[in-house]
Design a protein around this ligand. Structure first.
Ligand code: S3P
Length: 197
């Protein structure tokens, strides 16, 4: 738990960084590493919803419905945007809601981790934790989600390409550079008081 010792640190980060993108884009893995690098808190909106509901995402979709899940998602995002700046990984559908995009636009920084279809598919195909891909033709579903969602993801403030085979660290570096370039982070990378790397 590299961040546990500094739960209050914001490392000069001006706003919460909200990672968006399709299932399998690496939002949680990249987000954790980015938070570690900056010495700030990492939060995963899916995990927050699961903890609050004491159910997995699949159970929530089964026992309630997608609308119930989306409501929880909106509330988690609103709460975190009102808290100290942190790194927030969102579920793939979160950035589709006008309300969420507006909130994030006002108080956060959206970062789209853009990944090609084949790489996404390789990462998600053997997992059963994503209810939207649990039916027939999951690759077709993923393809259609990609086509429908990319225009909206494309409105994110920062877009970072993650090519197949790129280590997550490359994506983290690209995000740090973009945050510095946008004036959201002091140009040192925000980790001047962290020495463990
Ligand atoms: C969803 C993506 C999932 C999760 C839920 C719905 C989506 O999160 O929020 O299954 O609509 O794309 P990940 O993107 O973290 O897999």
């Amino acid at each position: 738990m590299p961040n546990a010792s500094k739960p209050e640190s914001t490392a000069g980060l001006k706003r919460t960084v909200v990672l968006v993108g399709l299932m399998g884009a690496g939002k949680s893995t990249v987000g954790r590493r980015l938070a570690d690098r900056l010495g700030v808190r990492f939060v995963d909106s899916d995990s927050e919803i699961e903890t609050a509901a004491d159910m997995t995402i699949s159970e929530i979709f089964e026992r309630f419905d997608e609308a119930y899940f989306r409501d929880g998602e909106r509330r988690v995002i609103a709460r975190l945007l009102n808290d100290k700046p942190c790194i927030l990984a969102t579920g793939g559908g979160a950035f589709l809601s006008n309300e969420n995009r507006e909130m994030i636009g006002k108080s956060g920084i959206s970062v789209w981790i853009k990944v090609d279809l084949e790489t996404l598919w390789e990462r998600v195909k053997d997992k059963d934790s994503r209810p939207l891909l649990n039916g027939d033709d999951p690759k077709g579903v993923l393809t259609r989600l990609l086509e429908a969602r990319y225009p909206l993801y494309g409105t994110a403030e920062i877009v970072v390409n993650s090519a197949s085979g790129d280590p997550h660290e490359v994506v983290v570096n690209a995000i740090v550079a973009a945050l510095e370039g946008g004036g959201y982070l002091p140009a040192t990378g925000g980790n001047e008081d962290k020495h463990e790397h």
